[in-house]
Design a protein around this ligand. Structure first.
Ligand code: MTE
Ligand code: MO
Length: 189
């Protein structure tokens, strides 16, 4: 810690102003200040860029997510909150029945969804013993909260594709759970 008396007076004044501004909320709401610097590009008929704060302001859905990696490691169950992938596709101009949705991340990972999956259909689901079960109603969301907390970067945040169910006992394949999502693209077929 630098002793305050050694700081140039102007720097001290700027720091003081900043502290006062933070205290009175003049730099925006606490939520805005905490929002990660992250943009999502929606590319379809039109291209739209949404900020993290704009995504948080959209209608949200919640449910349980539980995934299994290709090597059989289970992850979850956790609760998730986020925006329906279908809503984001609508914002990109919508998708026809034959179109495909490319969801990609900053590390280059890409997973492709068809429009049935966009509605939560066609996913393989498993019980805790990893035995396949008939799929209950599912939703595909772009999640920003996990167990009521912002989704950490190590967990694929700030935005991760998650398949949610209404109960905590439904396991889905982790390969579709795209971490660090920054682009959603509608491919016409
Ligand atoms: N961006 C990104 N997302 C990704 C991956 C990846 O390599 N990059 N791997 C996928 C695969 S194959 C699996 S099994 C899960 C692993 O999730 P975990 O790292 O939370 O265990 O993330 C999926 N999402
Ligand atoms: Mo995987």
């Amino acid at each position: 810690m630098i002793p305050v008396r050694r700081l140039p007076p102007t720097l001290f004044a700027v720091m003081l102003l900043g502290a006062v501004a933070l205290a009175c909320g003049c730099l925006g709401t606490a939520e805005d200040a905490d929002a990660p610097d992250w943009n999502l590009t929606l590319a379809g008929d039109q291209e739209t860029v949404l900020t993290f704060a704009e995504i948080r302001a959209l209608p949200a859905v919640e449910g349980y997510g539980y995934s299994v990696s290709t090597v059989g490691i289970k992850y979850g169950p956790n609760t998730y909150r986020g925006v329906l992938l279908a809503d984001l596709v609508e914002m990109a101009g919508g998708a026809g029945a034959e179109d495909l949705i490319y969801v990609s991340a900053e590390d280059g990972y890409l997973w492709v969804f068809d429009t049935a999956q966009l509605q939560g259909e066609e996913f393989f689901t498993f019980d805790e013993n990893l035995r396949e079960i008939p799929a209950p109603p599912l939703k595909v969301i772009l999640a920003y909260d996990q167990d009521g907390e912002p989704l950490a970067y190590e967990e694929g945040g700030p935005l991760r594709l998650v398949v949610i169910a209404e109960t905590p006992d439904v396991i889905t394949e982790g390969s579709s759970w795209v971490k660090w999502v920054d682009r959603i693209e509608v491919h016409r077929r």
